[in-house]
Design a binder for this molecule. Structure first.
Ligand code: PLP
Length: 411
């Protein structure tokens, strides 16, 4: 038998969503007459918009004719999509991204999970807490997280985000190689202002750290004052990689397309002090392990940047943000403490009277038949918080809040 990577043995089971699903199923089986409303889902529910569907159909048709058929595409994305990204997501904001600094991929999950291959086995990693679990688990699989202590890893540097610090993470209190930031944030739904993000860019510059910036929810930002890209911050092109996705921007969770930007100016160092461009390393990595996103999907993604596509996806996002408003204002009206949900499809609520996250999950399920996600599942600082999402229908979202109101507010 082959010897295995024992780091996998250290991973705790994927407890969070398995356990919420188990409890929900058990409740449904015992109460088959009650309808459960799911506000735990982190997946979109609205269909792809017409401009995207049309582009995909046309591309599929091209694939059916010898003259227009395409085999393997360019390793890092077709010109038409890379240029649409550069123009639509960057040039319009005054950010100049070179053609070969964009890498089209099948998902931000793949990119944020795979990017750690570029770092030394003993690189020190910082994550905000609570956190999107992929940053943590992908480093744990590579052995960088150390040992699991039951609620945290002993080699990771956690940057707590909570009510006390207004969900603005502190900079690391020791040297680190890499900092993962995600804004608008999953799970807290909170954002950083340009000034708050600049503190991290400056810290990274002064301390030789790299920022991996996950902007998967940038399309949900409703104010021009909140940065949609870390490259809006002066100096970020020297210290930051940015990951974006069409999943939440344009409903591509089942279609799969994303991209990562690695400026040539972002560098790493070898143990003997040589400087290496991370862009060159990622090119090598992608060319070796990835064969590109399908042509019809890249055509579909490019259609998101057309005027028609933009108008259509903006309407869908406005619908989700209306749900976020209903949840946010509804819960505030009932006396709950609520964060996020203004520039993100996630609402992060404080559980009442110090109830722990799982007890609150059970209470909402049993009393209101509403399902959310216990905050502690996203990291130790998530204890005492609860995540609700805006991806259900507006009708069901309203009904969920009505049920919580009927159940007696903070009861
Ligand atoms: N990054 C964050 C913060 C997410 O919440 C998600 C999905 O929920 C992803 C990345 C995954 O994106 P993709 O569907 O492009 O893999």
């Amino acid at each position: 038998m082959p010897r295995i990577n024992e780091n996998f043995q250290k991973l705790p089971g994927s407890y969070l969503f398995a356990e919420t699903a188990r409890r929900t199923k058990a409740y449904q089986q015992a109460h088959s007459d009650r309808e459960i409303i799911r506000l735990g889902i982190g997946d979109v529910t609205q269909p792809l918009v017409p401009a995207v569907i049309r582009a995909m159909h046309e591309a599929v048709e091209e694939m059916g004719h010898r003259e227009t058929f395409r085999g393997y595409g360019p390793d890092f994305g077709y010109d038409f999509l890379v240029n649409a990204i550069r123009e639509g997501d960057y040039a319009g904001r005054g950010i100049d991204i070179a053609f070969d600094e964009v890498f089209v991929s099948d998902g931000a999950k793949s990119d944020v999970g795979n990017i750690q291959e570029l770092f030394a086995p003993d690189a020190v990693i910082a994550v905000t807490d609570p956190v999107y679990p992929v940053y943590v688990d992908s480093n744990a699989m590579a052995g960088r997280a150390g040992d699991w202590l039951g609620d945290r890893w002993d080699r990771l540097v956690y940057l707590p985000c909570n009510e006390e610090n207004g969900f603005v993470p502190p900079v690391p209190d020791r040297p680190v190689d890499v900092i993962y930031l995600c804004y608008p944030n999953n799970p807290t739904g909170t954002v950083l202002t340009k000034d708050q993000l600049k503190v991290f860019v400056d810290w990274a510059k002064e301390n030789g750290a790299l920022i991996i910036y996950d902007a998967a929810y940038r399309a949900y930002i409703t104010s021009g004052d909140i940065p949609a890209s870390i490259y809006e911050i002066e100096g970020a092109k020297d210290v930051a990689i940015e990951c974006n996705s069409f999943s939440k921007t344009a409903g591509f969770t089942g279609t799969r397309c994303a991209y990562t930007v690695i400026p040539h100016t972002v560098k790493g160092t070898t143990s003997d002090g040589q400087t290496v461009e991370l862009n060159a390393m990622w090119k090598r990595r992608m060319a070796t392990k990835f064969n590109g996103v399908s042509y019809p999907v890249q055509r579909a993604a490019a259609a998101v940047y057309t005027d028609e596509g933009q108008a259509q996806v903006r309407r869908v996002i406005a619908g989700y943000m209306e749900n976020a408003r209903i949840i946010r204002e509804g819960l505030i009206g009932l006396g709950y403490k609520v964060f996020g949900g203004e520039h993100a499809p996630y609402i992060w609520m404080k559980t009442p009277d110090g109830t722990d996250s799982w007890a609150f999950f059970d209470k909402l399920l049993n009393e209101c038949q509403v399902v959310g996600t216990p905050g502690v599942g996203f990291g130790p600082s998530g204890e005492g918080y609860f995540r609700l999402t805006a991806f259900n229908s507006t009708e069901k979202t309203r009904e969920a809040i009505d049920r919580i109101a009927g159940f007696g507010a903070r009861g």
